[in-house]
Structures are given as C-alpha cells and as structure tokens.
Design a protein around this ligand. Structure first.
Ligand SMILES: [Cu+2]
Length: 66
C-alpha cells in the first residue's frame, strides 16, 4: 500500500473527486481517501508512475503534498 498526502480536500465531495481520479489511473487498486488526515492510499496491481498520480490529483483540482 502506498500513502500520499493530498492538500485542498474539504468535504466528502472532494473525497469522491480524488477517489475517482486515483481509480482512473491504470494499475491502482483499493483506493482509500481519508479526509481528516488529508491522505490517500492505494495498492498497485502493477507499477504506477508517481507523476501520473500527481497529474491526476492536480487535474481534479487538488495538490499532492510531501
Ligand atoms: Cu469538497
């Protein structure tokens, strides 16, 4: 499981947006987004490029933290 920080989420709608963005990337599995922690976690069914993750998050209107 990979965990990343996500900035800018304020409600369950944001959680849905981020979840969909991550699920839309080829190779991600079991995507879970935690609003309180500002984190998202996922498994990799096959290797996922971190740039793809970052792009998808930003396209959805959020930022990936470090
Ligand atoms: Cu929201």
């Amino acid at each position: 499981m990979t965990t990343i920080k996500i900035e800018g989420m304020t409600c369950q709608h944001c959680v849905m947006n981020v979840t969909k963005a991550l699920e839309g990337i080829e190779g991600t599995e079991n995507v879970k987004v935690d609003l309180d922690k500002g984190e998202a976690a996922y498994d990799e069914a096959k290797p996922v490029d971190m740039d793809s993750i970052k792009n998808a998050i930003e396209k959805a209107g959020y930022h990936m933290g470090s």
